[in-house]
Design a protein around this ligand. Structure first.
Ligand SMILES: NC(=O)c1ccc[n+]([C@@H]2O[C@H](COP(=O)([O-])OP(=O)(O)OC[C@H]3O[C@@H](n4cnc5c(N)ncnc54)[C@H](O)[C@@H]3O)[C@@H](O)[C@H]2O)c1
Ligand SMILES: O=c1ccn([C@@H]2O[C@H](COP(=O)(O)OP(=O)(O)O[C@H]3O[C@H](CO)[C@@H](O)[C@H](O)[C@H]3O)[C@@H](O)[C@H]2O)c(=O)[nH]1
Length: 349
């Protein structure tokens, strides 16, 4: 029987690849399924085993589960853009709910009884609370959030039917930043996330950043979010796995720091990293957005051996900013090689 490993769906994506990197650095064997729709092979720096394919493909999923012996599944693969989910709801219910069931079903059939699942703070929706706990009312306001909440219900029902199964559902708040050594980071060129967009605007990839709504009932009229560094979030996954291996029961955990920052405050932090003002315009509210969502993170601190390390917004923004700079440097040097080869009449592959 082959040595047991961890299956990571969506492991070439932004968050998944940081988790894969940390798992490899801790000596775990990792197998990844990714269709590379938004992820990239370049995010795998330790040459982990990658199966390029779609989790909707039952035959492919079957062949992966039958080929390896998995101790756990970390399920990241999903579509993640809130405004797109409002325009294309079925894409989200299909990829995030139906396709997740495909993976969960394989877990049951192959006796994989530990699942770490990527959920979202978006399941809380609009709320009047200073901080949301895992037991706060759930009121998702867009198809993306509802598609993820359905997965949570599916896992909870599976657990009720199969006492051997245990899961950790991690409700991520707003994830940002990148690997501190600048090896991996968010690569999607069509990013919509505030910090990436603002860094791109600072560095001239976009001409400006637009604030979506300045009339929210918050201290400066812009939306408030709890931004978490991707390195801290990745660590929460490794600790979740250890918790499950130690026999921990199924749980839902908020992954945030418990402090909220407005859009304007985030833009200030980007200007500080850039050491110059960035071009900002004020626009209308974006459909599907809620005014404020901040984590109460007492439970994760109590149940896992997890303590935030990069809580300061400047750490998050600086790593994001340096990553964007590196992407620009790399694409410029690729362009230079391309034009040198062209002028030498070489075929460029
Ligand atoms: N980024 C955030 O702020 C945030 C917040 C809350 C929750 N999440 C959740 O975290 C997870 C990862 O998000 P991310 O930001 O890394 O996004 P991402 O788009 O970078 O990563 C998703 C990965 O899944 C792959 N993928 C998508 N559909 C697939 C399919 N059908 N089959 C195989 N591979 C598929 C993509 O190619 C990509 O590599 C998602 O489940 C998302 O809902 C993200
Ligand atoms: O160009 C931009 C981009 C964003 N925003 C605002 O910035 C805030 C954060 O937006 P964004 O970075 O797009 O994240 P969210 O829409 O809050 O959603 C993220 O965070 C959620 C958890 O809170 C996850 O579920 C989602 O997957 C993830 O996209 C929101 O108020 C947006 O209106 C702007 O004003 N201008």
């Amino acid at each position: 029987m082959p040595e047991s490993s961890i299956l990571v769906t969506g492991g070439c994506g932004y968050i998944g690849s940081h988790v894969v990197r940390q798992l490899s650095e801790c000596g775990y064997q990792v197998v990844i399924i990714d269709n590379l729709s938004t992820g990239s092979k370049e995010n795998l720096i330790y040459d982990e085993k990658l199966v390029v394919g779609d989790i909707s493909d039952s035959k492919l999923v079957e062949s992966v589960f039958s080929q390896y012996r998995f101790d756990a599944v970390f399920h990241f693969a999903a579509s993640i853009i809130v405004p797109e989910s409002v325009k294309m709801p079925l894409k989200y219910y299909r990829n995030n709910t139906v396709n997740s069931i495909n993976i969960f079903d394989a877990c049951i059939r192959y006796g994989v009884n530990k699942i770490v699942f990527s959920s979202t703070a978006a399941v809380y929706g609009e709320n009047e609370l200073l901080q949301v706990t895992e037991d706060s009312p759930l009121n998702p306001t867009n198809p993306y959030a509802r598609s993820k909440l359905m997965d949570e219900y599916v896992l909870s029902d599976m657990r009720a039917a199969l006492p051997n199964l245990s899961y950790v559902i991690l409700r991520y708040f707003n994830v940002a930043g990148s690997d501190l050594l600048g090896r991996i980071g968010p690569r999607n060129p069509n990013a919509t996330h505030l910090i990436k967009v603002a860094c791109e605007a600072a560095l001239g990839i976009r001409d400006k950043v637009t604030i979506f709504g300045t009339d929210y009932p918050t201290h400066d009229g812009t939306c408030i979010r709890d931004y978490i560094h991707v390195e801290d979030l990745a660590k929460a996954h490794l600790e979740s796995y250890r918790y499950l291996r130690d026999g921990g029961d199924s749980i839902v955990l908020n992954c945030g720091y418990g402090r909220g920052l407005s859009v304007r405050e985030v833009l200030k932090a980007v200007e500080l990293a850039h050491r110059k003002p960035i071009k900002v315009s004020e626009g209308y509210r974006r459909i599907g957005d809620v005014s404020s969502v901040i984590a109460n993170s007492n439970r994760i601190k109590k149940l896992l051996n997890w303590r935030p390390v990069y809580e300061d917004i400047s750490s998050i923004v600086e790593s994001a900013y340096h990553w964007e700079k590196k992407l620009i440097r790399n694409s410029n040097s690729e362009r230079r090689i391309f034009s040198v080869n062209q002028s030498l009449g070489r075929e460029v592959t």
